[in-house]
Design a protein around this ligand. Structure first.
Ligand code: AMP
Length: 209
């Protein structure tokens, strides 16, 4: 099974991708996580990615496509892509690389623009286990500490209000057209994203079965 999770930044893509990959025995591949890892390691790719990420812009297609296709070529089981593709060019390159069938399904998590901005600008994440929190709607029991593992919470540099707004603009301009790309080829599954994490997950699993 080769799946894609489509949705705006703040739609819950990352959280769902992790849970669904586990439930379905798939490898979770997150382009954002791969860029953040490269940035931490101080590689050339990391430096380049940082210069785009901190502005809320997309890393150029050529670099991104190469990174993801390399990662996919390392595995010989099903996978769940999270954050890739984000442009039409990336989607076409992916289908081409995976031969005529391309990916099986693209799952689109639908969340309104106001809710996305609210979620992104209050989001804090655990440094150790990546569990997400929201300052207002789901704060941790102890300020600054993860409820799950006790790790330190941090705010992603690109989750400030200004950058979050830019990321949403970029999403609606460059990534939202992919919804039609997968709909037209009969591969789109849509799910309502303004529900609890568990409900969204169960609804996706129902659509997949
Ligand atoms: P994410 O963690 O998915 O929100 O991604 C964080 C940032 O990484 C994005 O705002 C982009 O700057 C960059 N990025 C992640 N995935 C892609 C992609 N498929 N194409 C271009 N840039 C990406």
């Amino acid at each position: 099974m080769r799946l894609i999770l489509l949705g705006a930044p703040g739609s819950g893509k990352g959280t769902q991708a992790e849970r669904l990959a586990e439930a379905k025995g798939l490898v979770h591949i997150s382009s954002g996580d791969l860029f953040r890892k490269a940035e931490k390691e101080g590689t050339e790719l990391g430096k380049l990615a940082k210069s785009y990420m901190e502005k809320g812009l997309l890393v150029p297609d050529e670099v991104t496509i190469k990174m993801i296709l390399e990662r996919i070529s390392e595995i010989d089981q099903g996978f769940m892509l999270d954050g890739f593709p984000r442009t039409l060019e990336q989607a076409q390159a992916l289908d081409k690389a995976l031969n005529k069938d391309g990916i099986d399904k693209a799952i689109y998590i639908d969340v309104s623009r106001e809710e996305l901005l609210r979620r992104l600008s209050g989001r804090w994440i655990c440094k150790q286990c990546q569990a997400p929190y929201h300052m207002v709607s789901s704060p941790p029991k102890i300020a600054g500490r993860c409820d799950v593992c006790g790790g330190e919470l941090y705010q992603r540099a690109d989750d400030t209000r200004e950058t979050a707004q830019k990321r949403l603009e970029v999403y609606f301009e460059q990534t939202a057209p992919l919804i039609d790309y997968y709909k037209e080829s009969g591969r789109l599954l849509e799910v309502e994203g303004e529900r609890s994490i568990e409900e969204v997950k169960e609804n996706i699993l129902k659509l997949l079965s």
